[in-house]
Design a protein around this ligand. Structure first.
Ligand code: KIV
Length: 263
């Protein structure tokens, strides 16, 4: 188990908000102990146990089959590897339908080891966000393209192209900021709108597919490592070749074992 630093969770979260405009925020997903520990020790600011684990770990088509118990399992695994980063847990699909359910889910994820929880949506889930914050649990917002709504929306689409969509996203960001979230993920939002939101909020914005003007950037770890070769979003630039390196290593092992002199 990784030894935790003496900086409290509250101080880390305060420091994150204060870093806005001073230091770029870096964030990656992780789903298990080894990866969480490696990226924590490499210096990443935030580790998100994303519900993208539905696709990356379980091979599902989208995030909608992820449950609270699946999330707890992976949060607990990552917690053991994280000493200094902020560990954030996604609240899965339909686990925050009302205030009481939202509080129960957030409490379970924090008990499993999360420093903060993340929910998808703005004004529509403000009541749940406030209910969680009132319990002293830190919240990360997430607006723009919301993967948990992919089935309802019929696919993954860029957000903020029309005036009405842009106005709604600005209003969502303003409400989340006023509520006191620790950061806001901006997913797949047109670049100039992401910039406008970033200039407006006191909480740092962390972009994914939303241009370079956000306060920081987040990526699914598999897209950084090249470990999910069946799909990689166009904005992600893999910096390793995990899938092909693994294939090569496995073939070398097969070859070595098959050619062992067993006498
Ligand atoms: O589940 C996830 O991985 C996410 C991000 C990539 C933002 O929500």
């Amino acid at each position: 188990m990784s030894e935790s630093t003496s900086i409290s969770r509250e101080d880390k979260l305060r420091h994150l908000v204060k870093s806005k405009g001073r230091k770029a925020v870096t964030a990656l997903t992780a789903y298990d102990y080894a990866v969480a520990r490696i990226i924590d020790e490499a210096g990443i600011d935030i580790i998100l146990v994303g519900d993208s684990l539905g696709m990356m770990v379980f091979g599902h088509e989208d995030t909608t089959k992820v449950t609270v118990s699946m999330m707890k399992h992976h949060v607990a695994a990552c917690r053991n590897g994280v000493a200094r980063s902020i560990l954030v847990a996604d609240m899965p699909y339909r686990s925050y339908e009302d205030d009481q359910t939202a509080i129960a889910t957030a409490t379970e994820l924090v008990s499993a080891g999360a420093d903060a929880v993340k929910l998808e949506g703005g004004k529509a889930i403000l009541s749940q966000i406030n209910a969680i914050l009132d319990k002293g649990i830190a919240v990360f917002g997430h607006i723009g393209m919301l993967p948990q709504q992919v089935v309802e929306e019929g696919g993954y689409k860029k957000k903020g192209k029309s005036d009405i969509e842009a106005a709604n996203l600005l209003a969502d960001a303003a409400e989340l900021d006023k509520a006191g979230v620790s950061a806001i993920i901006l997913e797949n939002i047109v670049g100039n709108l992401a910039k406008e939101i970033t200039e407006m909020t006191t909480a740092p914005t962390i972009g994914i597919g939303s241009g370079k003007s956000c306060d920081g950037q987040i990526l699914v770890i598999n897209d950084l490592l090249g470990s999910y070769p069946w799909f990689c979003p166009s904005f992600a630039k893999p910096k390793a070749n995990f899938a092909s390196d693994t294939t090569q290593a496995v073939r070398a092992f097969i070859d070595e074992v098959e050619n062992l002199n067993r006498e």
